[in-house]
Design a protein around this ligand. Structure first.
Ligand code: NAD
Ligand code: 89V
Length: 343
């Protein structure tokens, strides 16, 4: 496969993981980087040996010949940057949350479709190897047809020290973290027809909600509960593990803290440790997220080479984003929200 030349826009907290992962992928190289903050540009450029540096994305697009661009800025800049990539006909990866609103997200997906450029949202949690392990059990048929799921992320980890902006937005846990957990629910149990939500803010020092509980009807007939909290102090801090319970017609699976997967199904009960690998550049407890960054970026390169649509394409991500919007609408109204009405 020919080497793909990419550029990274946004050299902040999380982009460092993306740069490490690009370095591990033989078929792609980051040949230029961009950040409006010269200090971040210097730090990341020096760390990864990238000489071509821009403080303005328009200048980057004008000067470079690129096979793709990887947008790792925060949400406010996603729409203009994705539209810029579409205007230059450059395939684009964009970090989650894809857009400030579902209306913006729809316009961005339409812009890339019109320009004929591939678009993938960097929705990486479903690429964590324990989550892929759960999917493989469902695919094996061992527990039959799922009728119930609980996908749970409860923690008191201080996410604000690394990502201070998370404390200041009117929207917090659903938009930033719940978006991943809702996507996992879709990945495991399929698309959603309706959602009921309740939220709370427990931490008085932040602006948005830090607790969210969502009940969903899946089109398959399954029911799921997605529950997220950053106000849950536990004896052993589980960050950033997603815990999963699925009941099926022929058995059950439980992904418990410590990446322990118990499956009771047609062939009896098995208990396995499905801990993610610790990549050489990764650090605990972030290693499962870091490993998923490498997996999703590899997937992107495979998709560009084969012309396949990425699993978390812009069009796919609209269905996850609609769940985020539905959760905020439903928490405010205390009424169930029909998902197809939003799409
Ligand atoms: P950050 O604030 O640390 O970094 C963002 C960087 O983008 C900053 O250096 C900023 O100067 C730069 N920037 C902003 N607008 C720009 C523009 N128009 N042009 C050039 N540079 C610009 O934020 P972060 O914590 O790294 O988060 C970035 C994105 O990654 C967010 O959307 C966040 O939700 C997402 N994120 C994803 C995961 C995951 O697991 N998928 C984890 C953490 C963060
Ligand atoms: O994955 C994320 O988007 C991060 C974190 C895990 C801290 O919520 O912002």
């Amino acid at each position: 496969m020919a080497n793909l030349n990419g550029a990274l826009i946004g050299c902040g907290f999380f982009a460092v993981n993306q740069m490490h992962a690009w370095r591990d992928i033989a078929d792609a190289s980051i040949v230029a980087i961009c950040d409006r903050d010269p200090e971040r540009l210097r730090i990341v450029g020096d760390q990864f040996g990238v000489a071509k540096r821009y403080t303005d994305a328009a200048a980057l697009f004008a000067a470079e010949t690129l096979d793709f661009v990887d947008i790792a800025t925060t949400v406010a800049s996603h729409r203009p940057l994705v539209e810029m990539a579409a205007a230059h006909r450059i395939p684009v990866i964009c970090q989650k949350p894809f857009a400030p609103t579902l209306a913006d997200a729809k316009v961005m997906v339409a812009a890339c479709a019109k320009a004929g450029v591939p678009l993938m949202v960097h929705e990486n949690f479903r690429w964590q190897s324990p989550i892929q392990g759960v999917r493989a059990v469902l695919d094996s048929g061992e527990i039959g047809t799922p009728f119930f799921g609980r996908i749970s992320f409860r923690s008191a980890y201080d996410v604000f020290s690394g990502q201070p902006y998370l404390a200041t937005g009117k929207r917090f846990i659903i938009e930033d973290l719940g978006i991943h957990i809702l996507d996992i629910a879709r990945f495991l149990l399929g698309d959603v027809s309706s959602l009921t939500a309740r939220t709370a803010r427990v931490n008085p020092a932040i602006a948005g909600e830090d607790v969210a509980t969502m009940l969903m009807d899946h089109k398959s007939g399954a029911t799921s509960v997605v529950d997220c909290s950053y106000a849950t102090r536990l004896a052993v801090e589980p960050f950033p593990e997603t815990l999963i319970e699925i009941d099926g017609s022929d058995g059950t699976l439980r992904l418990a803290q410590g990446y322990q997967l118990t499956v009771t199904g047609k062939s009896g009960t098995t208990v396995r440790d499905i801990s993610p690998p610790l990549l050489p550049w990764a650090s605990r407890p972030w290693h499962n997220i870091q490993e998923s960054v490498l997996a999703i970026q590899r997937h992107w390169v495979d998709c560009l080479a084969s012309g396949k649509e990425p699993a978390t394409s812009g069009a796919d991500n609209l269905k996850t984003f609609a769940l985020v919007e539905a959760a905020y609408i439903g928490a405010a109204s205390r009424q169930p929200v029909q998902i197809d009405d939003l799409l």
